[in-house]
Design a protein around this ligand. Structure first.
Ligand code: SF4
Length: 370
């Protein structure tokens, strides 16, 4: 019987993100775990492995493929209203108890998950980009599982996508290395980082290290990528005012123009005890972000229940520039020059050249790829 792992091992190519070591060993540098992998062994993510001294990495398949509103990623300052062809593979370098994509992210690490190999769909970069164009997508996004561990595949897709004038983005846990960011930079426009907690002790429970994520936010911004940060507010886990102040101050220290999304948790996977995040809790987190000086703070996952915290305002004159409800853009007023129409303030982000082309009142939900 062909197992999922067997099937995945066939869908690989030689990796780029590594340092060769002695006796056929190598160090993978795709994520900050920097696994030392001897011949015949695998990295922590399980999807990258050493075969006779060669690093093999995932290539040529997707386990999830959808056309999502860009607002779902979430990106609020990257081509509002755009459709984003979003692809994911399998595996992750973290093991968060509350993962909302646990079926694909933990398929190779959690013995309780019995994923049918039929889940895997072979595809070429050219096919994926053809799907994007046929479905009217303006952005191609690597998401659903952790894209850093499949960075070579993403780069091969993005090379083709950029030739077609599409923008390319990562939705990532931020456990990157400087080597991985440098490798991605020529092919990537935007990077969304999950900042899950400001407590290193809590990060280690999830399989990460706080400083690595903080470094990714700073380094991705310094490289000129468009960066947005998301913090899922989990009651009792990361929602103390002190911790939220730490997060907001850190983001503001990198740039006050980085949007911060505070989003609502719902019980999932192995974390079923905490209650869902309330609108009031999101409002309090957003207040802290604004008091810390961040120009753009958003509350997510509770559409219609967080007042104006779904909208974009000019940080200079407070004019409402984008009105949203959930993943739907209802009004868009940023000029073709990327400025506020009232006071002329430059608004940080990646905006459409023709504001009239912004889709208003669009689908607002994921669509199957045609
Ligand atoms: S991607 Fe990260 S977890 Fe996977 S092998 Fe490389 S360093 Fe290890």
């Amino acid at each position: 019987m062909v197992t999922l792992a067997d099937r995945l091992d066939q869908l690989t190519r030689q990796g780029d993100l590594l340092q060769p070591l002695e006796n056929g060993a190598l160090r993978c540098v795709a994520c900050a775990h920097r696994c030392l992998i001897k011949p015949g062994r695998r990295g922590i993510c399980k999807v990258r492995f050493n075969q006779d001294g060669e690093l093999r990495v995932p290539w040529g398949y997707v386990a999830a493929l959808q056309v999502d509103p860009i607002e779902k990623k979430p990106f609020a300052h990257l081509m509002p209203g755009a459709e984003a062809l979003t692809f994911g593979m399998l595996g992750c370098d973290f093991h968060c108890d509350y993962c909302q994509n646990w079926l694909t992210s933990q398929a190779l690490r959690d013995p309780q998950i019995d994923l049918d190999p039929a889940y895997i769909h072979r595809v070429s970069p050219e096919n994926l980009v053809a799907h994007a164009l046929r479905n009217g997508a303006q952005v191609v996004v690597s998401s659903y599982n952790e894209p850093l561990i499949t960075a070579e595949w993403a780069v091969d897709v993005f090379k083709v996508a950029r030739q077609q004038g599409l923008l390319c983005a990562f939705v990532s846990n931020g456990n990157a290395t400087p080597e991985a960011l440098a490798y991605l930079r020529p092919h990537l426009d935007a990077y969304k980082v999950d900042l899950k907690t400001m407590q290193d002790r809590q990060y280690r429970r999830l399989g990460g290290v706080l400083q690595h994520v903080l470094d990714t936010i700073k380094n991705a911004h310094a490289l000129g990528l468009w960066v947005e940060v998301v913090t899922l507010i989990v009651p009792g886990f990361n929602d103390s005012p002190e911790e939220l102040w730490d997060a907001a101050r850190y983001i503001a220290s990198v740039s006050k123009d980085i949007p911060w999304h505070v989003t609502a948790f719902h019980p999932d996977y192995k974390m079923t005890d905490p209650p869902p995040t309330s609108a009031r809790s999101l409002q309090q987190a957003a207040d802290i972000g604004q008091e810390a000086g961040l120009h753009y703070v958003y509350a997510g996952n509770l559409p219609g229940r967080v007042g104006s915290l779904e909208d974009t305002f000019c940080p200079q004159c407070s004019e409402r520039l984008i009105a949203r409800r959930g993943y739907v853009v209802m009004d868009y007023r940023i000029t073709a020059e990327g400025t506020c129409p009232r006071c002329g303030q430059k608004i940080a982000g990646v905006w459409p050249q023709d504001p009239n082309q912004v889709r208003l009142n669009g689908f607002g939900y994921p669509r199957r790829v045609r």
